[in-house]
Design a protein around this ligand. Sequence first.
Ligand SMILES: Nc1ncnc2c1ncn2[C@@H]1O[C@H](COP(=O)(O)OP(=O)(O)O)[C@@H](O)[C@H]1O
Ligand SMILES: Nc1ccn([C@@H]2O[C@H](COP(=O)(O)OP(=O)(O)O)[C@@H](O)[C@H]2O)c(=O)n1
Length: 217
Amino acid sequence: MSCKIAIDGPAGSGKTTVAKKLAEKLGYYYLDTGAMYRIVGLYLHSKGITPEDEITLSMLEDIDLKFIEGKFFFLGKEAGDEIRTPDAGKYASLYARHPVVRKYLTSLQKKIAQSGNIVVEGRDIGTVVIPDAEVKIFLEASPEARARRRFEELKAKGLNVEYSEILNEILLRDKQDSERDIAPLKPAEDAFIIDTTNLSVSEVIEKILEVVKIKCR
Ligand SMILES: Nc1ncnc2c1ncn2[C@@H]1O[C@H](COP(=O)(O)OP(=O)(O)O)[C@@H](O)[C@H]1O
Ligand SMILES: Nc1ccn([C@@H]2O[C@H](COP(=O)(O)OP(=O)(O)O)[C@@H](O)[C@H]2O)c(=O)n1
């Protein structure tokens, strides 16, 4: 039987780390939907288009966003660390409120999610992208823990970041993502909520595997 695992949650809750390791352990495909919003946000911002402007489907098709063997390509090149900066997260969240952006990316995500056993991470996976997922996980953690994690992660990448700025950016994105009209960040009714504040990555993965064993038999 095919099994789809949705992992949603706010910035720094551990979605990417857990989803990647889980997909590897289970031999499932893996899709990071946040990367798609980061690519679109960076592109639209670079074109001087604001979230309040009219955004058309053809503008988005000009990005030439492709997902090939688990990697993202846009404008003919592979997406790299440039999409992992705090600014990319800020633009992603700003344009993610736009209905045309959401319609375009959600349709792509639904198509990719049909490829078989897959772990998909994001904000609206269990509620909108694959509401029929066999396993729905919602990760959460205190804003301070999530900011500390993201601060350490970006510092390790050599970025010159301040913890207080990262905390403010995370709190702003939490607010924007959970209060928007379309596909707000919230646990699906049937999601298993895991507070990862005081759990190691392995402990989070063990908890999810317990659910997978039951739901994806
Ligand atoms: N349970 C955890 N405990 C400690 N650090 C974690 C935990 N989960 C993730 N991390 C670390 O926190 C940072 C952000 O995790 P990430 O998976 O990118 O979160 P998200 O995808 O939800 O934004 C990464 O450096 C990751 O290694
Ligand atoms: N399925 C998704 C995934 C991301 N997003 C948006 O894209 C932004 C960046 O997502 P991300 O998962 O890369 O961010 P992090 O949680 O890794 O910081 C989020 O803050 C959301 O605004 C979304 O709206 N829907």
